[in-house]
Design a protein around this ligand. Sequence first.
Ligand code: ASP
Ligand code: MG
Length: 421
Amino acid sequence: MKVFKFGGASVKDAEAIKNVGSILLQFEQEPLLVVVSAIGKTTNKLEECLTYLLGQDQLKYDHSVHALRDFHIDIAGALFHDHHGKVFRFIDDIFEQLKNKFDKPRAEQHSFEYDQLVSLGEVLSSFIINEYVLELGLKSEWLDARRLIRTDHHYQEANINWEKSEALITALLESTVEQTNTFITQGFIGHTAEGFSTTLGREGSDYSAAIFAYCTNATEVTIWKDVPGMLNADPKYFDNTTLLSKISYREAIELAYFGASVIHPKTIKPLQNKKIPLYVKSFIAPEEAGTTIQSEGGNDHLIPSFIVKKNQVLITISSLDFSFINEDALAKIFEVFYTTRIKINLMQNSALNFSVLVDGDKVHMDTLIKHLNPTFTCKYNEGVELVTIRHYNQATVVQMTANREVLLEQRSRQTARFVIR
Ligand code: ASP
Ligand code: MG
């Protein structure tokens, strides 16, 4: 079995979905499990709906739900001739459920409501795509990840129950009819033992592909992207980029962890554990080789990689009474970050200060300050950038930091990181 993953950009409209169909047709003869993300920016739109739902703004809620329904209906309209068929009923059913949510009682836990609502984006996209490839003549079957991927109750960032998921997936694949060669399912979502939907964290569809690959002992995974593979820098910010044609799992996980947005950092571990190679390829030029990520990585160091994370906030936390930032203080600070679910991109300490860097769009400073009070105070700089250079040398450091103010820097043998503005 091969596992393919198509992200939101690769299914962003009817044309893109047709392109996915043409790629899948080329693999008709092989058993294939296809993981798809929600269409285009649907997840963001669903998050908006949730804000209106929780804020009890019926007008805006209805309006957003309706716009998203029309968006999906229009795409289906461009893919299918029979406008009263199964797909249209499916889409209407989901949006009817969404509309009715407004009058239903809500759980106190926002992250629970988030997962029940935002998971529907992938349900919609996978159903539409499955029906489309059936029309193309593929013997395809729609799989519901909300019955296959078992997680705990950590809503919005659920943890996988590997044994249970493996058992559920194996049992289902064994029971499917022999002619089925293609399975289409959702990225990003799973379910609890009680059957509630969970999500695995934003951009989590890559991780889903790795989970399915692990549980089916797949021979390989391909992530189809709008770039030629993993590049040594983001082409949005750099003119001259180089394709990393072969890198190790270790290098890939470091790059992803430091913020290379091409693959979700959790994707690598399950693949590494079963030595399943990962290919990152272009859905625009599917015949090109792209990037291969596997065990061997003797050449990882040959090409320096650059990762820029914009819109960062540098927060400096200090104790009020001039006491040290010791293990006790750090434990208290980490507890705050853990409970407020704010992820730390970089940290550094001195005798009296502990500095952390976090994503500007994910941190609510007033809330954080409230949690740190009264033991700690904090100062912060907004709008700074984090630059990471893997396999740096003096020239690349100069290139990235020239004429910029460096607020903080860290170097290990392989990696140099700078907080700059
Ligand atoms: N649709 C989800 C998101 O946008 C998951 C994914 O695309 O990987 O975050
Ligand atoms: Mg995505």
